[in-house]
Structures are given as structure tokens and as C-alpha cells.
Design a binder for this molecule. Sequence first.
Ligand code: NDP
Length: 240
Amino acid sequence: MARVALVTGGSRGIGEAISKALKAAGCEVAATYAGNDEKAAAFTAETGIKTYKWNVADYEESKAGIAKVEADLGPVDIVVANAGITRDAMFHRMTPEQWKEVIDTNLTGVFNTVHPVWAGMRERQFGRVIVISSINGQKGQAGQVNYAATKAGDLGIVKSLAQEGAKFGITANAICPGYIATEMVMAIDESVREKIIKGIPAGRLGEPSEIARCVTFLASDDAGFINGSTISANGAQFFV
Ligand code: NDP
């Protein structure tokens, strides 16, 4: 039977590529989004993948949304915690609201997405948890204390989940993309973006499909011994 995959933020950007790739790999896919109804409708029309709207920062909304997905498609086997936001500011200017919004969405959002499917994965002795972290969680980034904290936190989450889940056939891994050509990066001022690209030895931004391929590999039955790992996909942008 086809595996059921849930992709948060799955109708746009990196998540869109992940949803499409998992579908192409034979999964039944549910893609979630926050509020961009127009984009979600266009995505469903193009791909046939059903979309669901909820705020990953809210536990009860997430739990209810996931229950709806499971009623529609069956128990979730593969969960990709991809939804994320930035609220950048240098630390001395960062507001408590900017801090909290990013923590609630990017870090607590991972708890809210994985926790409701975890017990079922343990019972069925199979699960794949994949969290989309970031190079900036590995190296830090001026202007992104909030974002870097959440993305570093993702690495602690998957390493811990891996140790709890391994004996139940569950793997938990993170992918740390470098700069990928999505709206999140295209929103950066062009002159700053040019400087960023100059700092990438590959001389280009990554493509969402290049992250999606990492996800389909980690989600596959063949990747069962890869657990608690981090895949860096950043065009050789080394940071240590
Ligand atoms: P985009 O901004 O292009 O898309 C973000 C997606 O997340 C959208 O589908 C959005 O929904 C959804 N989303 C945002 N907030 C919430 C929320 N509160 N609840 C539910 N869904 C939400 O982002 P990217 O594709 O660029 O990034 C995807 C992930 O990859 C993020 O976690 C990001 O941090 C990470 N990443 C991105 C990099 C890049 O260079 N682009 C580099 C490294 C990591 P809606 O469409 O409704 O707005």
C-alpha cells in the first residue's frame, strides 16, 4: 500500500517540490499551508495533491488538521516538517514579538507537527520524520538570532527523536539547505542576494528539487539505518 506523507508548508517553495517528489515516488501526499489560498488552489489543480490549511504554531489546530488528513488518506507514515518563516532583525532591534513568532512557527511548529503522529508510528513500527532545518542553524547568522535558534533546535529534536524512535522502526533526520531559490530568498534585497551568491562556491542558489531529492531518499524504506543525521545541501558553503 502507498505510504502516506504529510508535508507542512507543502504547497509553495521547497515544500511544493517535496510534495511533488513524494507523489512521484508513489506516496499519498497531504500538503499544508498557512493562508495563501490562491497558491494552494493552483497547486492542487496542477498536482491533484490535497491541501489543508492550519497554523503549525497552534497545537490544537495541528492535531485537528492531522486527524482530518488521517481520516482522508490513512495514518501518516512520513512527516516532513518544512513550514517556516523569517522575521529578521539585528539582535539589538529584535522585538519579543519577532522572537516569539519565529520560535512558535519554526520550533514549536515541529513539535506540533510530529507529536500527533508519533504514537501511531510507534504502534505501526514504521515512521519517517524529516525536518527542514537550515545552514543558518549550523553556522548562525547575523540578523537571524531567532531563526538560527530554531534551526539549531531542529537538529537537537531529530537527534533525540532518533534515539527514542529507532527501536520502533522510526527514523528522524534533518536537512540543512543552503540558500535555495524560493520566495523566502528572492525577497532578500537583490544586492544582498548577489553578495550571498558570491559566497557560495557552486556560484548559484540551490533548486527546491535538490532538497526534495534528499527528502525522498530519507523517506524511502532503503534509508532505515540513517537516523539522527543531518544532510547539508549548500553548494559547498562550508562554515567551520
Ligand atoms: P516559503 O516562504 O517559500 O514557503 C513557506 C511555506 O510555509 C508556505 O507554504 C507557507 O504557507 C508555510 N507556512 C509559513 N508559516 C506557516 C504556519 N504558521 N503554519 C503553516 N504553514 C506555514 O519558504 P521556503 O520554501 O523558502 O522554506 C521552506 C523551509 O525551508 C523553511 O522551514 C525554511 O526555513 C527552510 N529553508 C529555506 C531556505 C531557502 O533558502 N529558501 C534555506 C534553508 C532553509 P503559505 O503558502 O500559506 O504562506
